[in-house]
Design a protein around this ligand. Structure first.
Ligand code: G
Ligand code: MN
Length: 260
């Protein structure tokens, strides 16, 4: 399977699906996140959990990441030509920072597609940049100076250092799905939500926009809004899907409802 990854890429078995990101107050889709799918000849559709860890081990993830940046940028250009300017997020791996090609790969994709750099958002976890923090920050700072925006993915689910966060060039915090789930213990849920709501308020006050991930139920959507998150993402709002269906969803979400 491992050797299959570069072959998969050559033969077009890798595909980016796109999951809408919704402004909670209005329902408007203003961005999408690109998510890799591998349409394997014998094993069917594989989600990232099934192949990303192996791709990271073998280093194939760097080529795949470069391809994802190019595909997402091309799609973004297409949506813009269709009159639907849309932010597009791409997930970046730790290996891509270590490879030393990230800045060139990102700027190459932006220029190749002819999109404004601000349309591209790089999603990374705190863990992904922890290994070589100073070097990763240098790369991210260079990209952000060029206009590319940065999101911290799965925020609050793993090891977080507030000190490091302060030196991080960041535009979006994506709060991990576990933070808006109900825990069995209502006191625990209340305490957690108090903490998240305080962090959301600080983030928004310093110009960092917030998003709640993994919204699956109406209660979770309401919780995300009460916590003050600007945006949401999750199966309740929209599933990841091939690029072809996105324009119609975006258009529908942006239609201003007429008078009743
Ligand atoms: O780590 P990151 O947040 O980039 O992962 C996104 C993953 O979560 C994707 O594989 C996507 O398909 C999945 N996902 C998106 N929305 C939901 C949701 O509402 N519930 C669950 N369980 N998974 C989701
Ligand atoms: Mn992500």
């Amino acid at each position: 399977m491992v050797g299959g990854l570069s072959r998969a890429q050559r033969e077009g078995e890798l595909e980016l699906h796109y999951q809408p990101i919704v402004v909670l107050a209005t329902g408007v889709i203003d961005a999408v996140e690109g998510l890799m799918r591998w349409n394997h000849p014998t094993r069917g559709f594989l989600t990232p959990a099934a192949f990303i860890p192996i791709a990271e081990e073998t280093g194939a993830i760097v080529d795949m990441g470069r391809w994802a940046l190019q595909d997402a940028s091309r799609q973004c250009a297409g949506w813009e030509r269709a009159g639907l300017p849309l932010g597009v997020s791409v997930n970046i791996s730790a290996e891509h920072f270590a490879a030393g090609t990230l800045v060139d790969d990102v700027l190459g994709a932006v220029e190749g597609a002819g999109i404004a750099a601000r349309h591209l958002v790089l999603e990374l976890t705190e863990t992904a940049i922890a290994r070589n923090f100073a070097d990763a920050i240098a790369q991210l700072t260079e990209l952000r100076t060029a206009g590319v925006r940065i999101a911290i993915d799965d925020f609050g689910s793993g090891y977080s250092s507030l000190g490091r966060l302060a030196s991080f060039p960041v535009d979006f915090l994506k709060f991990d799905a576990s933070l808006i789930r109900e825990s069995g213990d209502s006191r625990e849920t209340a305490v957690l939500r108090g903490i998240v709501s305080a962090v959301v308020a600080i983030a928004e006050a310093i110009g960092v926009s917030t998003l709640a991930e993994g919204i699956e139920t109406e209660n979770q959507r309401l919780a995300a809004m009460e916590l003050g998150c600007t945006r949401g993402q999750g199966y309740l709002l929209a599933r990841p899907q091939p690029a072809a269906g996105i324009a119609e969803l975006v258009r529908a979400s942006r239609e201003v409802p007429g008078p009743a």
